[in-house]
Design a binder for this molecule. Structure first.
Ligand code: BGC
Length: 377
């Protein structure tokens, strides 16, 4: 009897270990080396049962690699990035990174809350962009793997009161989850101890042909937005919500990205150097809804974007200039990738008519965005 008990115990310990081992096979952890600062950079690769891989660094919570199958089941890495962590400090492209405390631009790097003016670093012409000189893209996040058939990562970062000029200690949590249906969900939450502004997003660049495989002008895209925000020369919204109808910004039905991107008769295209604008969704219900769909016809790869956010910055990599070299050794030239940065409106802290980006102590900021891949045969 005693022998049987011992044997049963041994079998159950083995099967527990075995299950644990199988689960952890869905998250691979690798060292990418140490930064000049001494911080060690780790890369966590999530893999689902279908074979999709998403690799994320603790530096900037950055998506470094993301594979997706084409219509013949062949996987390619469809996101821009570098294998060398130091490269991420060297460029201002924000490849794949988490963006905060405030994604997009704040005019002149200034805003006021309750009569108190706050001054941010100016890092984009006369304006502040993507959280400042050392935004959330350039900090080391704490990472906790979430094991399981649908693996994920919980990333946390505490942004100090006054960091990059923003008021309040901000506790930020970002959860990446790779689902069985080839979608990656990103959930952002934040709390503060002082009234502040928050606008978090991710800056992944996509090329559904594969990273380094040329420009994205041949991709087809639709965006469920009947308005967009025209800007001044510095890409600060003028305050107008303009109808997309009859403009190169109308993606209510699908259009090839390159079709109208160089329309020199359109002032907004000229100012953006192509598409670099915020599209406003008809549905601002704060529920998860499908907002954009992209097809790359040759590979058949598709990507659908769902979000709880009211807007998206569709940016066609107009400022990529061949200076950054990608993972496969190819230089990233103009328009080699596009971004769909779900978010609140740019410069909202200065524009009272825009949905508020203020976060109060006791409240929880929470948004979710899902990027789902598929194929069209
Ligand atoms: C902005 C671009 C900017 C880019 C930097 C985008 O979110 O809209 O204007 O150049 O980020 O990578």
């Amino acid at each position: 009897m005693k022998k049987i008990l011992i044997l049963a115990l041994a079998i159950s310990i083995w099967s527990c270990n075995n299950t644990k081992k199988e689960e952890s096979m869905n998250i691979k952890v690798e060292e990418m080396g140490a930064l000049a600062s001494g911080d060690s950079v780790k890369l966590y690769t999530l893999k689902n049962a279908a074979g999709m891989e998403v690799a994320i660094m603790n530096l900037g919570g950055t998506i470094v690699k993301w594979t997706a199958p084409d219509k013949d089941g062949v996987y390619a890495d469809i996101t821009l990035g570098s294998n060398n962590p130091e490269d991420y400090f060297d460029n201002t492209k924000y490849l794949g990174a988490l963006i905060g405390r405030f994604g997009n631009r704040i005019a002149k790097g200034k805003f006021s809350i309750d009569g108190q003016e706050y001054t941010l670093a100016i890092n984009n012409g006369p304006n502040a962009l993507h959280g400042g000189l050392k935004g959330f893209n350039a900090v080391i996040w704490d990472v906790t793997p979430i094991e399981g058939a649908e693996p994920g990562l919980k990333l946390t970062y505490v942004s100090k009161d006054g960091e990059e000029g923003y008021p309040g200690t901000l506790n930020v949590e970002v959860v990446y989850l790779l689902k069985a249906d080839n979608s990656l969900s990103i959930t952002y939450t934040a709390t503060t101890d002082k009234k502040t502004v928050v606008n978090l997003t991710n800056h992944a660049y996509f090329n559904l042909k594969g990273e380094g495989k040329g420009d994205i002008l041949d991709h087809e895209i639709s965006i469920k937005a009947d308005k967009f925000l025209p800007t001044d020369e510095g890409l600060i919204p003028t305050g107008e919500l303009k109808s997309v109808v009859g403009t190169p910004f109308d993606f209510l039905s699908s259009h090839v990205i390159g079709e109208r991107i160089n329309d020199t008769t359109d002032i907004d295209i000229l100012r953006g150097g192509g598409y670099d604008h915020c599209w406003i969704f008809g549905d601002s219900s704060n529920t998860l809804k499908s907002v954009a769909f992209v097809l790359e016809p040759a590979s058949g790869r598709t990507m659908e974007v769902f979000t709880t956010e009211p807007a998206v910055q569709f940016y066609t990599g107009n400022f990529l200039n061949g200076k950054a070299t990608g993972k496969s050794g190819v230089r990233y030239d103009k328009r080699f990738g596009f971004c769909l940065e779900t978010q609140h409106y740019p410069d909202a802290p200065n524009q009272a008519a825009f949905p508020s980006t203020i976060l109060l102590p006791g409240e929880t900021y929470k948004t979710t965005t899902v990027y789902k891949f598929g194929v069209k045969k």
